[in-house]
Design a protein around this ligand. Structure first.
Ligand code: ASP
Ligand code: MG
Length: 412
């Protein structure tokens, strides 16, 4: 018997049939003795459709208050339909919008932060044996205005509810059956992880494994809410995301996963004066343009000159190159050049904290495959390299092999 929040994303509630299927899963959980609060997204495609409608009405400035009123309707549809489906199966259920539960948020429309959740009404229903169905992605501010939490925000709603209600687990149902050692489309032998830590998940997510909303993982880590990613279509245990403590001993892997990001481009400002303030004079104005810089590398100076290399999102590549060229004289740079055909490849694992030599194993595996490393950066639980995009697949597979992440092969 457990007290659970179960969250179903847009594809899981995309049609009437699928909502009926979700209702059956919930009834089974209830019959096995679990208490359940359900959080749902809008039907897949619905939020995009509503955004498009708003743009048609107000092409230039979209009024964010009214946009939130509009966008919150997507989830209002699915909570009602799911509650109906549950009742049809003979289970008592009640649906609530964010403002009815009172998921209190600040007033930043379209990216609101949750401040407080009223537990009492939900607990009251749970005690009476009801399944409680709550609209994801939305809340209400102090003055009663409807707010939304940002795209993909239902994950955050679910985690916040699980934290506020003191649930045993927050289960996120989606169209994949868990978090994998790497993208199965690149390495078919990728394996579903049984457990992973919050920290590792954050690194995997921010590096491009888009299973969960990053903010939801941060929230879960902060309040120590165990998260589980599961498929709504195939039965299974999914992947549990927890703290790395005695209770949740992680599989003793050195490396838990291989992540990659195809969206980066590399830019070099060569032959600038090696003096205080040079990094700031290059990167400060780029930050002012609201452009995010990822990997940063500065060379040891020689003859008073140094080279400076960094990566940005590929979409910003042309803009940044042009901007730097326009400032080339001011910066006193000899050359500004770049490459937008690169990718970042990373290994992630809490095991790195306690083991030396992981980096050199990574570099050797890549070298053995003739892969040139353009940039290297490390953090406590991650090592990333920047390589030519043509070598991405080979790189992922060789690291997956080196760190023995694949499913053990069946020997006959
Ligand atoms: N329906 C919202 C969106 O599409 C929230 C969510 O699905 O989590 O972004
Ligand atoms: Mg989602």
């Amino acid at each position: 018997m457990a007290f659970l929040v179960k969250k179903f994303g847009g594809t899981s509630v995309g049609t009437v049939e699928r909502i009926k299927h979700v209702a059956k899963l919930l009834v089974a959980a209830k019959q096995s003795g679990d208490d359940v609060v359900v959080v749902v997204s809008a039907m897949s495609g619905e939020t995009n459709r509503l955004v498009a409608l708003a743009r048609e009405m107000m092409p230039a400035v979209v009024d964010v208050r009214e946009l939130d009123v509009l966008l919150s309707t997507g989830e209002q549809v699915t909570i009602a339909l799911l509650a109906m489906a549950l009742k049809e199966l003979g289970v008592e259920a009640r649906s609530y919008t964010g403002s009815q539960v009172r998921i209190l948020t600040d007033s930043s429309h379209s990216k609101a932060r949750i401040i407080n959740i009223d537990k009492a009404p939900i607990m009251n229903d749970i005690e009476q044996g009801h399944i409680v169905v709550v609209a994801g992605f939305q809340g209400v501010d102090e003055r009663g205005n409807i707010t939304t939490l940002g795209r993909g925000g239902s994950d955050t709603s679910a985690v916040a509810l699980a934290a506020a209600l003191g649930c045993d687990e927050c289960q996120i149902y989606t169209d994949v059956d868990g978090v994998y050692t790497t993208d199965p489309r690149v390495e078919s032998r990728a394996r579903r992880l049984e457990k992973i830590t919050f920290e590792e998940m954050l690194e995997m997510a921010s590096l491009g494994s888009k299973v969960l909303q990053i903010r939801a993982v941060e929230f879960a880590g902060k309040y120590n809410v165990p998260l589980r990613v599961l498929s709504s279509f195939e039965p299974g245990d999914g992947t549990l995301i927890t703290l790395d403590d005695e209770e949740n001993q992680m599989e003793q892997a050195l490396v838990s996963g291989i992540a990659f990001n195809r969206d980066e481009a590399q830019i070099t400002v060569a032959g600038v004066a090696d003096k205080p303030g040079i990094a700031y004079s290059i990167l400060g104005p780029i930050a002012d343009l609201n452009i995010e810089v990822d990997v940063i590398l500065q060379n040891i100076g020689e003859n008073g000159l140094t080279d400076f290399t960094f990566t940005v999102h590929r979409d910003e590549y042309g803009r940044v190159i042009e901007f730097l060229k326009s400032r080339q004289d001011e910066l006193g740079a000899e050359l500004i050049h770049g490459n937008d055909r690169i990718v970042k490849l990373s290994i992630v694992g809490v095991g790195m904290r306690s083991h030396a030599g992981i980096a050199s194993r990574m570099f050797k595996a890549l070298a053995d495959n003739g892969i040139n490393l353009r940039m290297i950066t490390t953090s406590e639980i991650k090592i990333s390299v920047v390589i030519d995009e043509n070598f991405l697949e080979l790189g992922v597979r060789s690291l997956h092999e080196e760190f023995e992440l694949a499913e053990p092969t069946q020997t006959s």
